[in-house]
Design a protein around this ligand. Structure first.
Ligand code: GLC
Length: 765
């Protein structure tokens, strides 16, 4: 195999906003995207400059100096020093501290078409990120492959899995940086695992050494920069944040309705029910089984009357069967992936022999999107995209299969995202002004623009539950916020204890979906005995109580890219204890709720509370931070802590997000020594009107020094569904004054209830 090194600089030239450096073997191009983002692309032969992930353009500001041995590119916040001989790329903070450097020996080089970048590894360097991956929060000492795979029955170490997020954050010497390797080929990351701890490296089977370097000095800012570059989620439909019940499969309309009715009968809140593959006629996408689902609209109307939304599954494989609409249309218009000979590729999946839509073509995406009319017309509002790695039995889709202008190995990692995109764009059109809910199993960087993800076929054991939480937290770093894991474990049967425990964690999982494989025992909340049902119900009710806070947290993701579930590494980056394997699963749910997942076999737990003061949610007990505390963790009380100073809006228990409730927004404030604020956000939860200013937003702040709680004036033209506000103060401290829209109110005790009729105060709720 031919090995090529990058070699020495032969020429330097600026063309518009790109700096081009040529060596004998290759060409490096450098762009500045923002003061904290610089892109480097090195190639022997640059391919067309397209990206599925990036939605921004480089800036026109590229300032550099060129001396005999180095080129210096500087922004106000970041420096890139390019050594000329050999050509190496080294990043520094504006004041010259080392962020990340090429390994001086190897830098970037090639073996055949494979391209690799070797980097210096610092003694204390940690790595977080890469999205849905097994292993520890700190990825130092691990290596990974990105090759979207139907990872059936994956275990705690399996790799690769379903999704590709080639983005990580490096931490050392109190500094932070991020790196996004935007290359869709099979890619590799090694964080000092296999090189005697001397270097880290990443690379791909082919394509360019094309990466974006992020130099911001906080993980929060790096995530904001990464999601600025690759996009942020739209506001999700509010109903998708309620409880979701799924199973492979509810076999008939009667069963679907029966399950929905039972939720209402048992008074267990829920919003969503799913139809897995068996609703279709022989697994033919966009069809309904006429015997078991004879009247889809009738069924959905009944579900709607019970305040349920229906999500149905779609897989990419289109059954080879003349006479089947999607097959005939795809055939007639050449919408399916082919071999270079023009012959259509056939792989076998659930329906048997299938063709695969070429989602890399716009006309195919349009056709696919329009086909959803078979589902939207009867009233489906959520679209679950599965098997889109793409999966075909045997897994190895021949390399000669073409998607768009690409061969399979070039874009396999993006197929799922392009399917989700086609689904999202198509259903958005079909639903008019309503927000579709899209869920996908396979993904690439940028998927947050179109879809939620879930972590695939997990298993019903404790360690898998904890792994799932780490994956959710890690996906958050990669810009994904709306994420589910199959609560209870897809494969196998959970013990009642595990089911109860996992459900309690589900309350604090961004997307709260119970799902199970065919052949497993029924999983619904009432299948676990009356006592357990009561705990499960209480936990689901807690989810609904928290929805005003959760929805506002999604607004934060929509605006900034900061995920709803946050590894502690986002806010407490420099606290080394949080990387300890004992505490690495802990996370913040939104700004202020710390959750410690606990196995179902343990009833006390050591929890690490980072700096600050904390209150246990269930008992109100106060704890000092920067300490490990040992707390009770019975099955009916997952250790959940509230940060002192937290402002958490809640509502009363409702049975679904369709219900208005009692009209009272309960504003909970936990006393703390430090000032804090929270952006409360509300809109209709259903349409795109929020994009036209029809929302309700106000800042709520707490200032212990002055003893004030302040509600700012309202922004936006939406009328809140709450007409009263109830202030609930927790902990002991002195609150003297409530200020609303600039008006003051003196508080007589620690809790007060106000409404619009109250002469003293005018609150717009
Ligand atoms: C795949 C999915 C799973 C689904 C099943 C049947 O295994 O990951 O969630 O239930 O297919 O469609």
């Amino acid at each position: 195999m031919q090995t090529k090194i990058l070699g020495n600089t032969e020429s330097v030239q600026k063309q518009n906003n790109v700096l081009i450096i040529k060596t004998k073997e290759a060409e490096a191009r450098i762009w500045v995207y923002s003061p904290t983002i610089i892109r480097v692309s090195i190639s022997k032969e640059h391919s067309a400059d397209t990206s599925f992930a990036v939605i921004q353009k480089p800036s026109n500001k590229l300032e550099y100096t060129d001396s005999a041995d180095a080129i210096m590119i500087s922004t106000s916040l970041l420096k890139l020093k390019i050594s000329k001989s050999p050509l190496r790329f080294n990043f520094y903070t504006a004041d010259g501290r080392v962020l990340s450097e090429d390994d001086p020996r190897f830098g970037t080089n090639w073996q055949g078409t494979r391209v690799v970048n070797y980097r210096k590894l610092y003694k204390d360097e940690k790595f977080i990120g890469l999205g849905e991956k097994t292993g520890n929060l700190n990825r130092r000492g691990s290596s990974y492959v990105n090759w979207n795979t139907d990872a059936v029955e994956h275990d705690l170490k399996s790799d690769p899995l379903y999704q590709t997020f080639p983005f990580f954050v490096g931490l050392h010497n109190g500094l932070t940086y991020g790196l996004f390797f935007d290359n869709t080929h099979k890619s590799y990351f090694d964080f000092g695992a296999s090189s005697d701890d001397t270097m880290s490296w990443f690379g791909a089977d082919a394509g360019d050494m094309n990466y974006y370097f992020f130099g911001a000095q906080s993980v929060t800012q790096i995530i904001q920069d990464y999601t600025w570059l690759t996009g942020r989620m739209e506001m999700p439909p509010l109903w998708s944040l309620g409880y979701q019940q799924c199973r492979w499969s509810y076999e008939s309309a009667a069963e679907v309705l029966d399950i929905a009715e039972n939720f209402r009968k048992e008074k267990i809140p829920a919003d969503v029910i799913y139809c897995d593959i068996d609703y279709m006629d022989q697994y033919k996408i966009f069809t309904w089984n006429k015997e078991t689902f004879p009247d889809p609209k009738g069924m959905i109307d009944k579900l709607k009357a019970m305040d349920f939304h229906l999500v149905t599954i779609v897989d990419p494989g289109i059954k080879v069967e003349p006479g089947y609409k999607q097959y005939d249309e795809g055939q007639a218009n050449n919408y399916f992936a082919t071999y270079p000979t023009g012959e259509k590729y056939i792989g076998s999946v659930w329906p048997g022999r299938c063709h695969f839509p070429d989602f890399f073509r716009e006309d195919v995406r349009k056709w696919w999107g329009a086909s959803f009319i078979a589902l939207t017309e009867p009233g489906v509002e959520g679209f679950w995209n599965d098997m889109n790695e793409p999966s075909a039995w045997g897994q190895e889709i021949p390399w000669l299969v073409k998607f768009g202008d690409y061969y399979m190995p070039e874009v396999r990692n993006v197929y799922g995202m392009e399917m989700a995109r086609a689904t999202f764009e198509g259903t958005k059109k079909l639903l008019g002004n309503k927000r579709p809910f899209v869920l996908t199993r396979a993904a690439y960087s940028g998927t947050q623009r179109y879809s939620a993800v879930w972590t695939g076929d997990n298993s019903a054991y404790d360690a898998h539950m904890l792994l799932g939480q780490r994956m959710v937290n890690s996906l958050g770093i990669a810009g994904m916020s709306l994420i589910g894991v199959d609560i209870g474990g897809f494969t196998g049967d959970p013990t009642p204890e595990l089911m109860v425990r996992w459900n309690s964690l589900g309350v604090y999982t961004p997307m709260f979906r119970n799902h199970a494989a065919k052949g497993t025992k029924m999983r619904e909340p009432w299948c676990w005995g009356k006592e357990n049902e009561a705990i499960i119900k209480k936990d689901i009710e807690q989810r609904y109580r928290l929805l005003p806070y959760i929805y506002s947290s999604y607004y934060q993701s929509h605006q900034t890219g900061i995920p709803v579930s946050r590894t502690l590494a986002i806010n407490y980056t420099q606290d080394s204890v949080i990387y300890d394997e004992k505490y690495q699963n802990q996370f913040l749910f939104g700004d202020a709720i710390l959750v410690a997942p606990v196995e179902s076999t343990k009833f006390t737990e050591d929890v690490y509370l980072p700096k600050g003061d904390w209150y246990r949610l269930s008992t109100g007990e106060k704890f000092e931070g920067k300490k490990v505390v040992t707390v009770d963790a019975p099955l009916n009380d997952l250790p959940v802590f509230i940060k002192a100073g937290a402002i958490i809006p809640m509502q009363n228990i409702i049975q679904s997000t369709n219900e208005k409730g009692d009209g009272i927004l309960e504003l909970n404030v936990w006393y703390g020594k430090e000032a804090n604020s929270f952006v409360y956000y509300e809109d209709d939860g259903l349409t795109y009107d929020y994009q036209k200013g029809v929302y309700y937003k106000r800042e709520i702040s707490f200032d212990p020094a002055k003893g004030n709680i302040t509600l700012s004036a309202v922004e936006g033209s939406f009328t809140s569904k709450y007409d009263k506000i109830k202030l609930v103060l927790h902990g002991s401290g002195n609150i003297k004054l409530l200020k609303v829209n600039g008006k003051k109110l003196v508080l007589s005790n620690n809790s007060a209830s106000f409404n619009n009729d109250n002469k003293l105060i005018k609150i717009d709720f």
